[in-house]
Ligand binder design. Sequence first.
Ligand code: ADP
Ligand code: F6P
Length: 322
Amino acid sequence: MAKEIKTIGVLTSGGDAPGMNAAIRAVVRTALARGLKVKGIKKGYQGLLNEEIVDMEARSVSEIIQRGGTILGTARCLEFKTPEGQKKGADICRKHEIDGIVVIGGDGSYRGAQALSRNGINTIGLPGTIDLDIACTDYTIGFDTAVNTAMNAIDKVKDTSSSHERCSIIEVMGRHAGYIALWCGIANGAEDILLPEKYDFNEQMIINNIIANRKKGKTHHIIINAEGIGHSTSMARRIEAATGIETRATILGYMQRGGSPTAKDRYYASIMGAYAVDIMLKGKTNRVVGYQHGEFVDFDIEAALNMEKSIDEYQFEVAQLL
Ligand code: ADP
Ligand code: F6P
C-alpha cells in the first residue's frame, strides 16, 4: 500500500532556470490546497544535509511568479553523490517528517531524487534547465525565457554588425546541448550555427561561406556558437585573418539564465508543479514529469535517464537552409 503523504518538501538543484519560482509556488499552493504541510529546502541537496529547512505557507510564495532565479537557492553537493550522504539526507527528511520531495532540476538532480526514493522518501522530479536537454520531455522550465533573452540580445548585436559590415560570432549557453543555438539560429536568421552535437570543426567551410555571402552583398554574417564548442574569441581572430573582414565575438553568458520568466515558462512550470504534487498523492514515487505531444506525463526516473535526445535532423537542415 502507498504510504500516506502528510508533509512534502520542495527543493531546486543544479543550474537555476527562470520559471523555477513559478514551479515552487505551484507545489506549495497545490499541496496546501490538498491539506498537506510544505517545507522549503534551501540550496538543493546541500541545504538538505545542512538542515536548511523552512515551513512554507501560501504567503511564502507571494510575488515570486514573475521573478527569475529560485527563492530557495540552489547548489551543487558532492556529498550527496555518496551512499552515506544520501542516507543522511533521507534520515533528515524523516526527522523533519517529510514524506516526499519535489526536486526541480536536471539529470544530475534526478539521480539524487532516485537515491532518496531508494532510501524510503517519495520523490518526483521536475525538468528545470535552460538547456532543453532532458530526453523525456519536449519542454524544460526556463528554456523559453533563455532563448528569448538570447534572441533579443542577438538582434541587438546584429544591428551594429550590419552597420559596420562586420562578421559576428555570438556564443550562447549550452555546454553539452545545442538547443539554444539551434532556436536562435532560426529565430535570428543566423548565417551559421555551431552545435556541440553537429560541429565537425571545419572552420574553412565557415570562412568560405562568409566570403561567398559578402560577394552576394550581405552586410553582416552572424555565427551562433554554442558554449560547448566555445573558443569564440580565438575563432573570431582566425576568421578575420582569413577573410579580411572585421570579426567580433560576443559571449552572452549568464544573462541567459536570469530574468523574468515568459508566460510559457510561468504557465508550464505552474502546471508541472501542481501535477507533481497530485501524482505523489496518488502514491507515485521515483518519477519525473515531462511534456510530450501536448500532454503532461510522467516516467520512472531510471527509464527517463536512459532515454536519448538528439537534434532533429530536419530542423537542423531548415536552420542551415534559411
Ligand atoms: P543538474 O541537475 O542541472 O543536471 P548537476 O548535474 O550539477 O545539475 O546535479 C545537481 C546535484 O544533484 C549535484 O550537485 C548532486 O548534489 C546531485 N547529484 C548529481 N548526480 C548525482 C548522483 N549520481 N547521485 C546522487 N546525487 C547526484
Ligand atoms: O543551466 C545550464 C547551463 O547554463 C549550461 O549550459 C552550462 O553548461 C552550465 O549551466 C553552466 O553552469 P555553471 O557555470 O553554473 O556550472
